[in-house]
Design a protein around this ligand. Structure first.
Ligand code: ZN
Length: 192
């Protein structure tokens, strides 16, 4: 039976890859803190509630989600981009990855610590939404991306301190141009 309670919380865990020994002490400390922060962001009760209703409206059974692992260290580069998440749809295993320390330092200098925290939490949430949707839409990347934007924006609009921050986060996380197109469509009520 589908439940609307915060069902995924207990499946979210930090997964340390002990094989990655080429990090300095400073990096280990940074990524460890980052993963704890991500864990909190993903387990936040308002977000868990939101995911519960998303799974319900997408008709995705919570039981097909096996594990949600927060990786401590970034995934290896893929086509110049560091990926935010991965999903094994057959096993129901989801992985969420951090941004690199280098990226965070540049971002912090440009926008400040507070926006960096908001961004890191938002990015992890968007990644989890994205990977959960893959469980249903499997390899339909376009559909998953479109829905990720819609769901993430819906959540952020109601749960970030200012709704203008929601737009800003979406512009950081998704490509700003494609997000603008989506906003226009939402305004014209295409998605009800
Ligand atoms: Zn994807």
């Amino acid at each position: 039976m589908l439940q609307q309670s915060p069902v995924l919380s207990s499946k979210i865990k930090i997964d340390v890859d002990y094989d990655k020994t080429d990090y300095s002490e400073r990096h280990v400390s940074f990524y460890t803190k980052y993963s704890c922060f991500t864990l909190k962001a993903l387990r936040k009760s308002s977000f868990q509630k939101f995911l519960g209703s998303m799974l319900l409206s997408e008709n995705i059974e919570e039981t097909i989600v096996n594990t949600i692992d927060i990786e401590v260290y970034p995934a290896s580069r893929k086509k110049g981009n560091y990926i935010a998440g991965r999903c094994n749809v057959f096993k129901g295993n989801i992985r969420i990855y951090p941004k690199t320390i280098k990226f965070c330092n540049v971002f912090r200098r440009k926008f400040g610590q507070e926006i960096l925290f908001a961004y890191a939490g938002s990015r992890a949430r968007a990644a989890l939404i994205h990977e959960l949707l893959h469980l249903k839409y499997v390899s339909d990347e376009e559909k998953v991306r479109e829905l990720t934007k819609i769901y993430f924006y819906a959540y952020s609009k109601n749960h970030l301190a200012k709704s203008s921050n929601a737009v800003r986060m979406c512009e950081f996380i998704f490509d700003a141009k494609s997000f603008k197109i989506l906003q226009e469509r939402l305004k014209s009520n295409k998605y009800g």
